[in-house]
Write a protein that binds this ligand. Structure first.
Ligand code: TXA
Ligand code: MG
Length: 326
């Protein structure tokens, strides 16, 4: 894949025009957002979107998020914009909130996963917004990782997951900001219903209710897991748990608020839940490279962004290789 390196805050206009043209002609472009890197295709181009599923090895019934650069983009892919969706978009866009609304006629089933609804968001990232404006088409983009793997928070993660010819262009705008994916809410009713925890917190949403199961189709699948075991330690207990596993003869990696003792490979020392969110996926990939048997990740309190971080952490730690039971 060709790599286009751009400045995060002032992406080169000619480079963005080229990347936009690749999208318009049915190509796949990986690009940074404020959450994680996305793998984009023209959301109205069935074959282009089908290539995303093939490249990722993604189940066909797991729909994609459509990315737009302006509010009119929502109206263009929605059957209509419910009042709640309009209100949430005005309040949180651009930003890490994905709105599920009834889909407009004519969107290919690849984009919607065969549902009658569509998920839409406006990312808060100068490179993503410039690319979407240059493409001038709605861009379907899941996280740019192979299905089941930790989401990519840098261009190097994208390169590590895909074959040379699977992706046409990789726009490298430096590290993603938040490191945890967007919050997905059903915006069709009178109150937002959270289908996937994410970077916009329940506190920010005003205590939105959780979805009755099933939530987002994607939350049924094994996710975010590196090839080694992941264990979640209680808050503050990471180094102690890592030491115990080391004494039991395991090679142990640690991600915690304090470094591990001798013999433990400390992969990241984090400040708080937001810092863990930024660094979690990179640390899981680093654990693989370090060749440890198990990576111990210290849990964080489940408030604010901590709720989404713990959701991802638990999924990464779930050993079951197939679907979650509902
Ligand atoms: O932050 C993000 O959301 C990143 C960046 C690239 O924007 N994208 C992302 O996409 O995380 P992906 O494909 O990894 O996750 C999309 C989630 C899945 O859980 C999917 O099931 C859900 O959104 N989703 C998509 N369309 C939906 C719909 N119509 N109804 C319910 N859930 C939907
Ligand atoms: Mg994903």
């Amino acid at each position: 894949m060709e790599v286009l390196r751009v400045d995060r805050d002032r992406p080169d206009a000619a480079a963005m025009a080229r990347a936009g043209a690749v999208l318009r002609s049915g190509g796949l472009v990986a690009f940074p957002t404020e959450t994680v890197y996305g793998l984009g295709a023209d959301a109205r181009h069935a074959e282009a979107v089908a290539r995303i599923y093939a490249a990722k090895g993604r189940p066909a019934d797991n729909p994609l998020i459509v990315h737009v650069a302006e509010l009119a983009g929502l109206a263009a892919v929605a059957a209509s914009v419910p009042p709640l969706a309009g209100m949430l978009a005005a309040r949180f866009w651009p930003g890490p909130l994905t709105l599920v609304v009834d889909a407009a006629e004519g969107l290919p089933p690849q984009t919607t996963g065969g549902l009658t609804t569509v998920a839409v968001r406006m990312p808060d990232h100068p490179v993503a917004l410039a690319l979407l404006a240059a493409a001038a088409v709605p861009v379907a983009a899941p996280s740019a990782n192979r299905s089941g793997r930790p989401s990519p928070t840098s261009a190097a993660h994208v390169q590590a997951d895909f074959d040379e010819d699977a992706v046409d262009l990789l726009v490298d705008g430096g590290p993603a900001g938040i490191g945890i994916e967007s919050t997905v809410v059903d915006a069709r009713g009178t109150d937002p219903v959270v289908l996937r925890e994410g970077a916009v917190t329940r506190e920010q949403l005003g205590g939105a209710s959780a979805a009755a199961s099933p939530a987002s189709p994607g939350t049924r699948y094994r996710h975010y897991a590196p090839s080694c075991r992941v264990e979640v330690a209680p808050v503050g207990q990471g180094p102690r748990r890592a030491a115990a596993l080391t004494r039991a003869g395991q090679r142990v990696g640690l991600v915690a608020t304090a470094p591990g003792s001798a013999g433990v490979q400390t992969l990241a020392v984090v400040d708080d839940a937001a810092d863990l969110g930024r660094r979690l996926y990179a640390a899981l990939r680093a654990a693989e490279s370090a060749g440890v048997d198990v990576v111990v990740v210290e849990g964080v309190p489940e408030t604010g962004i901590g709720r989404a971080v713990m959701d991802r952490l638990r999924r990464a730690a779930t050993a079951s290789p197939s679907r979650y039971t509902q």
